[in-house]
Every structure is written in C-alpha cells, then in structure tokens.
Design a protein around this ligand. Structure first.
Ligand code: ADP
Length: 188
C-alpha cells in the first residue's frame, strides 16, 4: 500500500503515521525527519537548515532526490506511508512521474483537517515543550501560511484524481487513528 498523509504543521501527522505504519506494516517516511537528518552533512546541512529553521520549504528537486533514494530501499518494495511529502503540486507531479515509470500508483491520500486556531495553540504548546528550532511564534505563523498557500493546492490535485480522504484531526488521538483506518478500509 502506498499512502500519503497530508496535514498542516501541528495536525498530528507524525504521531498518526507512527501508528498507521505499525498497523499497515509499511515504513513511515517523513521528509521532515530526512531533511533534519541532513543537517549534520557538511555540504547540504547549512543549506537545508536555512530553509527549515526559517519555516520555508526545501527545494523540490532536493527533497525529491532524498526521498527517491529512500524509496529504492528493500523495505519500501511492498509500500510505504509518506509523511510531509508532497508539499507542493510540483512534488506531487514528480511523485506521479516516478511512480508511473515503475508502473505503480498511490492507493490513497489522507487529509488531516484541523482548524488554524487549534493548530496555533498546539504548535505554541509544542514549542514550549520540545524546543525545535522551527517552532518559534513567528515561524509557526509562517509555516501555517506556507501550508495554506502552497500545500493546500496539493489536496485539490488529489481530490480531482479521486484519491483524497478527509479525516477530522480535532478528535482525540485514538479517534483520529480509527478514522484514518476506516478511511483506508473504504479504498478496497
Ligand atoms: P511539520 O509538519 O510540523 O511542519 P515536518 O517535520 O513535516 O514538520 O517538516 C519540517 C520542515 O521540513 C518543513 O517546515 C520544511 O522546511 C521541511 N520539509 C519537510 N518536508 C518537505 C517537503 N516535502 N518539501 C519541502 N520542504 C519540506
């Protein structure tokens, strides 16, 4: 099963993806985590940090390269769960091209829907607890703007293809998880 989970920063993608990945027995691939891991790379690190820490997106080609390297690994043969990718329509198109060259396709795209006010509250709370460099108040507002301006069109892209399943991300963690599993159950 090849699945994409899309949601704004603070929607709970990471938590739900870890649970879904265990449930579906496919690897959880987070481009955010992959990019953060390149921060220690002497060449790529400073460039990538610049984008992430300011709350901007890393360049499409760079993210695509890092992701496709990972997709070649054996554990991705039976499927995977993408978290945080695609974040632009260009990335969605690149993924489509990559998959069709392999005669593969996505099975579903899950949208975690959370109101902007709720997101701001959650992210400010996380900022206090986790001390992530991109979780300052200013960056939080910027990342949300980037999501609604640049990533929201990706939802339309998949809606038109009939792949999108929207889930209410304001429920409890367990309820969100159940809704995601239910949404996936409907694709067969
Ligand atoms: P969140 O969902 O909380 O924003 P992520 O871990 O998914 O956290 O992403 C952190 C940062 O990594 C993003 O703000 C962005 O700078 C970068 N990033 C992650 N995925 C992508 C992507 N697909 N394209 C471009 N930049 C990305």
């Amino acid at each position: 099963m090849r699945i994409v989970l899309i949601g704004p920063p603070g929607a709970g993608k990471g938590t739900q993806c870890r649970r879904l990945s265990a449930q579906l027995d496919v690897p959880h691939l987070s481009t955010g985590e992959m990019l953060r891991a390149t921060k220690s790379n002497p060449e790529l690190g400073p460039i990538v940090s610049g984008f992430i820490d300011d709350g901007n997106l890393a360049p499409d080609e760079l993210v695509m390269r890092i992701l496709t390297d990972r997709l070649q690994e054996d554990d991705c043969a039976a499927g995977y769960l993408l978290d945080g990718f695609p974040r632009t329509v260009a990335q969605a198109q690149m993924l489509d091209e990559y998959l069709s060259a392999k005669e593969q396709h996505l099975d579903a795209v899950l949208e975690l829907d959370v109101d902007r006010e709720v997101l701001i509250r959650r992210l400010l709370d996380r900022a206090q607890k986790e001390n992530r460099a991109d979780d300052t108040e200013q960056t939080i507002h910027h990342r949300l703007r980037v999501f609604f301006d640049v990533t929201a069109p990706v939802l339309d892209y998949y809606r038109e293809k009939g792949l999108l399943r929207k889930v209410d991300g304001e429920q409890s963690l367990d309820q969100v998880f159940e809704s995601l599993v239910r949404a996936l159950g409907e694709i067969h």
